[in-house]
Design a binder for this molecule. Structure first.
Ligand code: PEP
Length: 240
């Protein structure tokens, strides 16, 4: 299965949610799955498309002011949840251990986690990116006891919201390395896990990224706020 995931972050599409969803839903045919991750209060406004939360709590319920549980996301119609996004890790200090607990609780509640992993520029430049990504995967997998689908999004931190995207070659090589780590460190059932790419993907650079034929889709931030741009990225993936 391949995916086009729109991460609106703390933004709304200027064209309005209803118009945005209508434009995308009209294109949601036999291609990769279209998933939209709006800010929490707008989950129920997403129509005709799969819905993702942008995060969930690591606990099931209780006195955790400002948190949203995996069960609540399910109740509001989400089938997916983005976990371990680099903005959560770097701006909000989320640790590998917390992300592992979130992954486990998301799966327990029937959500498909979209687990984000990615290295910063120091790690990339020092040649340690693949080992770093393997460690992030291992740490996340350590919390999982339930079955269920998992989607992985490789998102190099140096490419998120910076306008600097990975080359098609780097993206393909790293995706292969991530798959190999999944095979080694995760249970058998995750062997066919989809690996998406995210980091300043636009209609202008998408062709180079898909050319190597390795990635299973995209997690898109900035360009996903415009239905026309997001659809252009989605269409570059071709039919399922
Ligand atoms: C993201 O938020 O996951 C992302 C990849 O953002 P952008 O496309 O804006 O780099």
């Amino acid at each position: 299965m391949r995916y086009s995931v729109a991460n609106w972050k703390m933004n709304l599409p200027p064209e309005g949610i209803a118009a945005y969803c209508a434009a995308l839903a009209a294109a949601a045919g036999d291609g990769p799955r279209l998933v939209v991750a709006p800010p929490f209060p707008y989950l129920h406004e997403i129509r005709g498309l799969a819905v993702a939360g942008q995060n969930c709590a690591e606990k099931a319920s209780g006195a955790f002011t400002g948190e949203i549980s995996a069960a609540m996301l399910r109740e509001r119609g989400a089938q997916f949840v983005i976990l371990g996004h680099s903005e959560r890790r770097t701006l909000f200090g989320e640790t590998d251990a917390q992300i592992a607990r979130k992954l486990a609780i998301a799966l327990e509640n029937g959500l498909t986690p979209i687990l984000c992993i990615g290295e910063d520029l120091n790690v990339r430049d020092s040649g340690r990116a693949e080992a770093f990504l393997a460690d992030q995967l291992k740490a996340a997998a350590a919390g999982v006891t339930n079955g269920g689908d998992v989607v992985i999004a490789y998102e190099p931190i140096w490419a998120i919201g910076t306008g600097r995207n990975a080359t098609g070659k780097l993206c393909a090589e790293t995706t292969q390395a991530v798959r190999e780590s999944v095979r080694r460190f995760w249970p058998e059932r995750y062997e066919n896990v989809p690996v998406l790419y995210g980091g300043s993907v636009t209609p202008d650079n998408v062709t180079e990224l898909v050319a190597e034929g390795e990635i299973d889709g995209f997690l898109v931030g900035g360009a996903s706020l415009d239905s026309g741009k997001f659809l252009a990225i989605h269409r570059a993936l071709g039919k399922e």
